[in-house]
Ligand binder design. Structure first.
Ligand SMILES: Cc1cc2nc3c(=O)[nH]c(=O)nc-3n(C[C@H](O)[C@H](O)[C@H](O)COP(=O)(O)O)c2cc1C
Length: 349
């Protein structure tokens, strides 16, 4: 069989946008019959970078110009090592797309730092770095679309085998949409372990919140890092005060929390990931609308990308009550659908 190059896409996200953007790049590449491998940076062995042909990086900036968690601990520290030579990445082609907000002083700092470091290590940029900006009326996608067009054209130029049928070829949308990202397996009561409380109303006992939360997170790819399935602590909100006037277009609030479990240490600029409870009637309405059984026990399995299985899949086998999964991982009342949702919807109307 002809040896075809594969496009490696590495992403690092704090709150999911860079995952969305990376998936979009992957989908658009696949649509053009390009072979793709999509991984979070913490799923990739960074020491293999010199052996890659072409790598696309999709990274957001968090905190005060900080790298997202999946990039911070291993990937970025490794790249910053002084002993790496100027030609360590010679022969590697790359492209960087950053997600940021120009309202911050260190706008898209991570994408800029990464681009510079890759170039300092001898890699060759095949496309000028793209910088997505939350402040743009169309969000980061305003920059992503033109950046992708340049990317396809440059990839085709450096190696036409990326697109064996040429750049005008496109796999029909319906065929791509037909591959679900996740599979839901339903389980009979006999498979459900007795750790699950018969009645989860007993919210005072933190263990009964922690167990389903850990299970839900282990089955929710991209939202939470693999090591962060267990919350660091539980908080009680003691103050929720609006700082903006009603109707001004923004809703900025002052919150105060009190620790109800052990306290955590933090510094200015740290990101606090809050998992608020959802309105129970919104959750019930969503489940009813989708004609689902709230008390069914499920496991959620992610589509295997290039035979790569999530580490968390091993613990993802413990079933969770459907209602708990919806409550703990899906924002049913206020999430705004991304553009891909509407793109996919048009195929079914
Ligand atoms: C707590 C927080 C801190 C942020 N800090 C920065 C920053 O320093 N520079 C920047 O350009 N954008 C910053 N942003 C904007 C994010 O980079 C932007 O919303 C991006 O789309 C998030 O992508 P992600 O969901 O993949 O992490 C920040 C966003 C949040 C919520």
């Amino acid at each position: 069989m002809e040896d075809r190059p594969k496009l490696l896409i590495l992403y690092a996200t704090q709150t999911g946008n860079a995952l969305d953007a990376a998936e979009r790049v992957a989908r658009e590449a696949e649509r053009r019959a390009c072979l793709v491998k999509l991984l979070s940076m913490d799923e990739y062995d960074v020491s293999s970078l010199p052996y890659e042909g072409t790598v696309i990086f999709v990274v957001s900036t968090t905190g005060q110009g900080d790298t997202p968690d999946p990039m911070k601990v291993v990937f970025w520290r490794f790249l910053l090592q002084r002993h790496l030579s100027k030609d360590w990445l010679e022969g590697v082609c790359y492209g960087v797309f950053g997600l940021g907000d120009s309202g911050y002083q260190k706008y898209n700092f991570v994408a800029k730092k990464l681009d510079k470091r890759l170039s300092d290590l001898g890699a060759m940029a095949i496309v000028e770095k793209g910088l997505g900006d939350d402040q743009h009326p169309s969000g980061y996608e305003a920059a992503l679309d033109p950046w992708m067009l340049s990317l396809w054209s440059m990839l085709n130029r450096i190696n036409p085998k990326f697109f064996p049928h040429g750049l005008d070829f496109a796999i029909p949308d319906m065929k791509l949409v037909d591959q679900p990202k996740v599979q839901i397996a339903y389980h009979g009561d006999d498979k459900v372990d007795s750790q699950v409380p018969p009645n989860s109303d007993n919210l005072l006992d933190l263990k009964w919140i922690e167990i389903p939360m850990e299970r839900a997170r282990s089955m929710s790819r991209g939202k939470f890092t693999n090591v962060k399935n267990r919350p660091d602590c539980f908080l009680k909100m003691i103050k929720n005060q609006p700082l903006t006037r009603a109707g001004c277009g923004k809703d900025v609030r002052h919150f105060e929390f009190e620790f109800v479990s052990s306290a955590v240490e933090y510094q200015v600029g740290d990101v606090l990931e809050v998992l608020p409870g959802q309105n129970p009637s919104a959750v019930d309405a969503f489940i009813q609308r989708c004609n689902l059984d709230p008390d069914a026990f499920i496991t959620v399995h992610h589509r295997d990308m290039d035979n790569h299985l999530l580490q968390s899949c091993t613990i993802a086998k413990v079933p969770i009550r459907l209602k708990d999964f919806v409550e703990l991982t899906m924002d049913v009342a206020s999430a705004s659908p991304r553009r891909y949702f509407f793109e996919a919807r048009t195929l079914y109307v």
